[in-house]
Design a protein around this ligand. Structure first.
Ligand code: NAP
Length: 282
């Protein structure tokens, strides 16, 4: 059984990104990401700090835009429009969820598709569903594809089962898999006999948000198991949606949590910023 760690994938993505950043800088373009944080939620601050470190490590500039939790809708809208209009910024990372008083969908919709490096807008989704290259897919499903590609796991013609149909993970991942010619099944809370459906998979992706739900009886002998979940168990320990100890007895390859898919996402974010900067130069 092979353990598919995230770090070598993230490192490979970063080597490529660093080179592309240098090329851009040689042509007078300094790639820059704006991170928009509303309020002081510890999870947001933690993610922001990780993203900043990653950008700095590959030479991408970061503008941190920190706004008060009680910001008015129109003030936040004006701020997003201002960042959209700033030609020195190539990508916008909006940390979510936004405070309840804010119309989040409206804010998301304001981000210009060229700068929507986390695939939040409708236009980005349309480009993902059409298979056109105008927008970006969200970073987590993109990280899953990077992980498979790095490990030379070809999805073409394979049966891929994804547990989870959220707009940030399950659905966009199904489109990325389809674009690579996988045969895709998307499962959710109403799927009947989930373990049996999952046992059909050559590649099983868990994006559920339920600690260690996926056990050995969900997995066909030798299947590839990708665990997107990030959960805290009863003892406060981080764990995935897959019960690693049980699953690793059956799977042919499996991602760990932590140190799996989650450690690739900020590298993918950096890659998207560079692509946005390259596109801006055309
Ligand atoms: P979400 O929006 O809560 O969606 C969860 C999905 O799982 C839903 O489609 C839901 O079905 C389905 N589901 C819930 N319980 C189920 C059950 N018992 N059987 C089958 N399906 C079930 O979660 P998300 O945002 O997609 O995130 C999923 C997991 O990935 C979470 O653990 C999250 O922390 C993690 N995550 C990780 C990263 C990363 O960088 N690694 C990034 C984002 C999220 P319904 O649609 O029917 O409700």
């Amino acid at each position: 059984m092979e353990i598919l760690k995230g770090k070598p994938v993230a490192d490979a993505v970063c080597i490529d990104v660093t080179k592309r950043v240098e090329d851009l800088k040689n042509n007078g373009i300094c790639p820059k990401l704006a991170i928009v944080r509303v309020g002081e939620k510890p999870d947001d601050i933690y993610y922001e700090s990780g993203a900043k470190k990653r950008m700095e490590s590959v030479g991408i500039d970061v503008l941190s835009v920190v706004l008060p939790a009680d910001i008015a809708q129109d003030t936040l809208e004006a701020k997003i429009s201002e960042i959209n209009g700033d030609a020195s910024i190539h990508g916008i990372l909006l940390l979510m969820p936004l405070p309840k008083a804010i119309d989040e969908n409206r804010i998301k919709s304001l981000i210009s598709v060229e700068k929507d490096i986390d695939g939040l807008t409708r236009e980005s989704m349309v480009s993902l569903y059409e298979g056109t290259a105008n927008g970006f897919a969200p970073c987590t499903p993109s990280a899953v594809m990077e992980l498979l590609e790095y490990n030379k796991i070809d999805v073409s013609g394979k049966r891929v089962v994804i547990i989870g149909r959220s707009l940030v993970v399950g659905r966009p991942l199904s489109m990325l898999m389809l674009a690579k010619n996988a045969t895709v099944t998307v499962c959710h809370s109403r799927t009947k006999d989930l373990p049996a459906v999952c046992r059909d998979a050559d590649i099983l992706v868990a994006a559920v948000g339920r600690a260690r739900m996926v056990t050995a009886d969900y997995i066909r002998q030798g299947a590839v198991v990708v665990d997107v979940g990030i959960n805290m168990d009863d003892e406060g320990k981080m764990c995935g949606d897959v019960d690693f100890d049980s699953a690793s007895g059956v799977a042919g390859a499996i991602t760990p949590v932590p140190a799996g898919v989650g450690s690739i996402t900020t590298s993918v974010l950096a890659k998207h910023v560079v692509i946005a900067a390259e596109r801006s130069a055309r």
